[in-house]
Design a protein around this ligand. Sequence first.
Ligand code: NAD
Length: 477
Amino acid sequence: MALTKEQIRQIAEQTKNSLERGGCCVSGATQCLFDDVNDAIDTAIRAQQRLAEMTLEDRSKLVEAMRVCAREHAEELAILAHDETGYGKVQHKIAKNLLAANKTPGVEDLHPTAYSGDDGLTLVETAPYGVIGSITPSTNPTATVINNSISMIAAGNAVVYNPHPAAKRASQRAMELLNQAIVDAGGPNGLITAPKEPTMETSSVIMSHKAIKMLAVTGGEAVVAVAMKSGKKCVAAGPGNPPVIVDETANIPDAAKKIVDGASFENNILCVAEKECFMVSSIADELMSQMQQNGAFRVYGEDIDKIVRTVLVQKDGKYVINRKFVGHDATYILRESGVQFTGDPVLVIAEVDRYHPFVEVEMLMPVLGCVRVASFDEALDEAFRAEHGCQHSALIHSTNVHNMSRAARRMNTTIFVKNAPSYSGLGFGGEGYTTLTIATPTGEGLTSAKCFTRTSRYVHKGDVRISCAYGAEESRL
Ligand code: NAD
């Protein structure tokens, strides 16, 4: 269902008014946003203590209530996030919110392990950390809150968020709705809290507070570096620069369509999205031509330079993105760059050299640098270099199993996708659960409830073990 611009404007306006009136921030006994970040933390501590007294079945009910709430408000939250940040596309944001609501694992993700032997029984269980501090990005401001809240609360924790200031309204609305849903389902108020005005200072209070036992940060290099210096257990989901390789054995029309679909989804703000393409020269022209037939607009020569000058800025001798263009439509980027174009392209493609900024920089916008290489071996070398050691995500289009396996081994990324758009790596049209917090620097990978638990070992000597020393025949005698 496509929404008209007027419908989008009206829903955004209604939500904004609701938030300005207090929204469901303070509804009866529920409150999740606080003037003082310390009050947000204290409330979360008390809520977690109450959660600890509830059964696993109760906890499952709270998770289910969050899922239902997130589904019901997927569209409202998508519109709000788009309205506030200007990033991506409403329909894609709805899809991300629904994905987080439906495919984030719940309590079932926690598996006890039992060891039974002559010395008795030992049980290894997953225990909550307590209160987790979560820093969320502007690129997935509501889907990350839905995903993190389900994962962390399913694991028995409370969460204090410090959302990105540029997306705080959307993130906070998601928190309020989920917190209210928990209370309505019989859970404690304050399992989800946040400061009303998230800043670097509130982030620093959360990161250094004694009662916050674990941090989860989702964002760029800077926040990952800060969190990893905090001295706390940290789940860090950092940046990527995912390359896609297309070799001469690929089904080229299929590869072209899937690359355009993946690289244009949400105007390329997903950390897993195709950010540069390495094409074996024998199929390069056909690949780019097929991409053009699937919604890409190809730019050449001076037009490439115009886009570079518009969407990138030089800082300390390096190119960095101009935030004004992050997550914006390809047509907006072309227009602002002064490039003539026809139709309604969803992606800009440019054949560039391997060291071009469209290859080197995590663009976070629908501009894809395409590099022609002589062979699969060269494509793999260049893809490895362009990924900058993030070990985040990489893709290949090929029908050569040997090439696929070599690429997967060499790239050694947390997500490796073959013959599909990048978002299938998040479980969107691909098998497996989803997350919006892909922890590469700290190694948890696609996070789920179990990543937000400590393991505890309970050792029972003797008595508890029930196995008998007799065989079946003897025991009947
Ligand atoms: P960002 O780094 O600008 O902000 C992320 C969060 O970190 C925000 O809440 C921000 O306020 C906070 N922050 C930034 N610098 C900080 C500092 N010095 N100290 C404390 N907090 C700080 O990121 P963004 O633009 O919102 O999101 C895009 C980036 O995040 C991209 O690099 C993308 O690859 C990455 N990302 C990664 C994942 C993943 O799962 N690995 C998911 C989404 C986004």
